[in-house]
Design a protein around this ligand. Sequence first.
Ligand code: SF4
Length: 464
Amino acid sequence: MAGSSEFLTVAERAVADLELRRKLENATGRHLNHVAETRAEFPRFDEERETARRIKEESIGRLDELLTALIDRLKANGCKVTVAADAAEAREYIVGLARRRGVRTVVKGKSMTTEEIELNPALTAAGIQPVETDLGEYIVQLRRESPSHIITPAIHLSREDIGRLFAENLGIAYTPEPERLTAAARERLRSIFLNAEMGVTGANFAIAETGTLVLVENEGNGRYSSTWPQTLVVLMGMEKVIPRLADLSHFLEILARTATGQKLTCYTNFIHGPRGADEIDGPEQVHVVILDNGRTRMLADPVLREALYCLRCGACLNVCPVYRRIGGHAYGVPYQGPIGSIVSPVLFGTRAAYLPFASTLCGACREICPVKIDIPRILLHQRWLESGGNHGASIRFPRSISRTRRALTRFARMARHPRRMRLLNRAMALLAWPLERDGYIRRMPGAFRHWTRTRDFRAPRSRR
Ligand code: SF4
């Protein structure tokens, strides 16, 4: 997606797709109900949220020191560690390692960071087959699509869609039954797990004190990917580090409750290092790739750095009125919804520059966020930056938006003068008087008619 006009075109198409909207409404609505139920059953939720936020503040505030401690511990545990400045460096390291180790197949646990660095196309170009093993990721890979949600990659599909996909690709009889579809995917993936030479996963947390990488998941595929192949690569954003093992429980209390509406995910994997001499399973080598790719730039910005607290729980997508109408693919980048709109311009540059404007600033994302990230404030800050705040503007607005901006700029200038504002109010009240019924205007004229197509407009009042 090169800019605003492409985003608007794709978003308009998505809004007009009523079937897509129905699927998104169903899935996100179900999710929000589950989240509300599990949160209601857990009276300490807000307390844990506060604690988790404090730990994130501390972690990001001490990032340099904690990363140094983490790297030392990981090495002491027998891991090989590399810090990648950008996506290209991370890709080159992983592909180079796979080549040196004679890898033909890579099994992947769910990892949005691998989407961020576009690892799959790089592996494929090197003649190595990447296989997604999370069910949702496996489905979108079969469709040659990108995930449309950071937690639920196939949220845009119904079980009938998946039934047809499996019938075409896996040679099974068509069925829309989730149990049979899951069994078919499991059977296909099991033999791939047994033969893959390399596993690649992400990490939800990295504990500096012990050098432990923590991976939470529901399907067990992360555990298979991280224990079965001889070589394991863990790709993690540098913001995943937390100081102490004791901190972890606070995050586990809130993460699944907000991400999937569960008390806890089915699997919590702890990766310390390669297989020990007295252990019967686990990889021979563990490589940890710590990714920067713009994160230090976020860290340097006093407003943007709060985005580094994100746990990638996906809840802000489910509650966002924009995401719920256009889905993830319209965003054109791996991270969608409110969190995607604030981090993507930093991670992906001008192709995501318009995303901070794809928000109503309703504040629902801030309300649901388990670490209370003030997303609307960061969106406004990103809008300011992308419109030329401290460098040249990185986007060109469509004409209609440019006109609105010019009108608002003029209005802002006038609003600074109380006398002129009073006069304007009086003029507006006079003009509105013939259209007003019970304090509201039900149909506005001219360019304002779009507003009253779906809602009433409160009639202006002049103070006497
Ligand atoms: S910003 Fe908050 S709600 Fe959104 S994905 Fe991150 S942690 Fe979850």
